[in-house]
Design a protein around this ligand. Structure first.
Ligand code: SPV
Ligand code: MG
Length: 553
């Protein structure tokens, strides 16, 4: 099958053809194809964005971007790393400038395998000696022996993991001054050795020797050129000469150099950014090129329920008299625990769990509560009221999924993560090891549950629910202690709001704590789920607790 026909066949293949198949289709197409240079992930994206159907991963520019010379100073695995980023960053095929193949036939074999594993479509190797020197540096660079170079081509072709992977053999015969006949002889041998295309390079400022080569070559196999030096040649001439593929070999890096120099110079001289802002890509463009949007979508898919929509209410209006002088000038939520206020630690745990919409209900010494990026609501009647009234101050925001937390507690993050994953309209966190907390354990937060915490409680199908809370539970009824943390979903929030309104209406709101609120909900038949934990939390009521809190961290 003639090369052009083969190209059309492949071109008709599915749009999801492999990168190698698409490269082959471009190489073999009857249309002149173009590759644009890229040297890293972002330039690869920019080439694709411009509309190119293929990328030239230039040895010169990848080296230069690393700050080294085009003399194999970067190792082949370092180049491979760059190629991996470029390949991941773009969906169009990449032709890699593989210099001389980084060694002998054996190195080429390994190179080709590694390129295929990274979804690289094609490799060009040139008939010079390792370590190579850029074609435009010096004169009469030595060439490889033809048979030795043919061995590399065969080894490369035998190692490809994708049938459509292309190996382009590049002859430097013209550049090195060996003349047209030598160039043709070499191209012929490389073609016979299995090369999928011939790259014939020239450093003249006119295309004469390239067009002469093309004329004598005919359509034996596709010809690839790099018109860096004969750039003024109209592209139409390449079409007329029957060239298959043109490589614009280094222009993105050169453009970047000019722009970076100008920007650096200006910012340095002006010691200001005003002269450059507006003339350079915006930070937003950087985010767009980095495809930040995709990550936002992925977060929605993989991070489970969107915790950004969960609001947290931290009840922090009380002073905490038991802490004496420590709470003279600040509420107890702001006391220092190893250099950081307790509330700060609590808020950090919430943020680490993805809950960022946090409202703190302040009261005593409210001005001492100053944390960045939190909302505050004030319960100015804090001296005469309890937690239910504090929560009622935020009643307008009690809407949709939310957490309500005492402001004087600390817990391990996994507790919050697990709670956020729990199903149920209202879920309270209950510590089954309440007895171990000792005498300071508050009796008002003790709970009676539908099942005690046993090692097998998770195996039971039915979830555990709350049966009773607060004073009045008999010793044998207590299954744990509510830690001061509850999660509500939309329905739960609605139930709590309605109950707070009812309490306000009948005058019981002011003095009530949250246990009374839960007790009233239970009395109405509202189901309250229990998430058992076994320690790993604490509250800070007195000096003894404070000492424990310092050890907790
Ligand atoms: C490259 O871009 O690295 C090339 C083309 O090999 S040239 O610099 O013209 O040799
Ligand atoms: Mg090169």
């Amino acid at each position: 099958m003639a090369a052009n026909q083969l190209g059309r066949e492949i071109g008709r293949a599915s749009a999801r053809a492999s990168k190698a198949a698409r490269f082959r289709a471009e190489l073999c197409s009857s249309e002149l194809a173009f590759l644009m240079e890229a040297h890293d992930g972002i330039s690869a994206k920019i080439v694709e964005e411009a509309g190119f159907k293929g990328i030239w991963a230039s040895g010169l520019t990848m080296s230069a971007a690393l700050g080294v010379r085009d003399n194999n100073e970067a190792s082949w695995t370092q180049v491979l790393e760059i190629l991996e980023f470029m390949s991941d960053a773009s969906s169009i095929p990449i032709l890699v400038d593989g210099d001389t193949g980084y060694g002998n036939f054996n190195n080429v074999r390994r190179l080709v395998k590694k390129l295929c594993q990274r979804d690289i479509a094609a490799l060009a190797i040139e008939d010079k000696l390792f370590p190579k020197t850029n074609s435009f540096v010096g004169e009469n660079q030595p060439l490889a022996r033809i048979d030795e170079f043919c061995g590399k081509i065969k080894a490369g072709k035998d190692s490809q993991l994708d049938d459509n992977f292309c190996l382009i053999a590049r002859t430097e015969a013209l550049i090195s001054g060996w003349g047209l006949n030598e160039a043709l002889k070499r191209a012929e041998a490389y073609h016979a050795a299995g090369a999928d295309g011939i790259l014939v390079h020239s450093k003249r400022t006119t295309p004469d020797e390239i067009t002469a080569f093309a004329q004598r070559w005919g359509d034996r196999c596709p010809l690839v050129i790099v018109p860096t030096m004969y750039y003024a040649t109209p592209t139409e001439e390449f079409r007329k000469a029957g060239i298959a593929m043109v490589i614009w070999a280094n222009h993105n890096l050169r453009a970047a150099i000019t722009a970076m120099r100008e920007t650096s110079r200006r910012v340095y001289e002006e010691a200001s950014l005003t002269g450059v802002e507006g003339r350079i890509a915006s930070v937003h463009e950087v985010f767009e090129l980095s495809d930040n949007r995709e990550l936002i979508e992925a977060e929605k898919r993989y991070l489970g329920p969107d915790r950004k929509s969960v609001r947290a209410f931290v009840l922090a209006a009380t002073r905490g008299e038991e802490l004496g002088p420590l709470t003279k000038s600040r509420p107890k939520c702001m006391i220092d625990i190893r250099g950081t206020p307790l509330l700060h630690r609590l808020v950090t745990t919430m943020r680490e769990s993805g809950v960022s919409d946090i409202t703190v209900v302040r009261g005593y010494r409210k001005d001492a509560i100053s944390l960045p990026n939190i909302a505050t609501i004030d319960n100015d009647a804090f001296e005469e009221t309890g937690e239910a009234a504090s929560l009622a101050c935020a009643i307008d925001k009690l809407d949709g999924p939310c957490l309500v937390s005492y402001g004087d507690i600390l817990y391990r993050r996994y507790i919050l993560d697990n709670l956020l994953d729990m199903a149920g309209d209202i879920v309270v966190v209950v510590d089954a090891l309440w007895r171990e907390r000792g005498p300071s354990s508050s009796t008002v937060d003790l709970v009676d549950c539908s099942r005690p915490f046993t090692s097998g409680y998770l195996d039971e199908e039915e979830s555990v629910s709350l049966r009773g809370i607060g004073r009045g539970l008999g010793e044998g009824e207590v299954d744990g202690e509510w830690i001061g943390l509850v999660k509500l979903n939309g329905q739960g929030a609605q139930a709590v709001r309605a109950e707070l309104e009812a309490m306000r209406a009948n005058g019981t709101l002011a003095r009530a704590g949250l246990p009374e609120l839960f007790a009233r909900l239970l009395a109405k038949g509202t189901r309250i789920e229990v998430m058992y934990i076994a320690g790993h939390w604490l509250d800070v009521d007195d000096a003894f607790d404070l000492a424990k809190a310092r050890n907790f961290l």
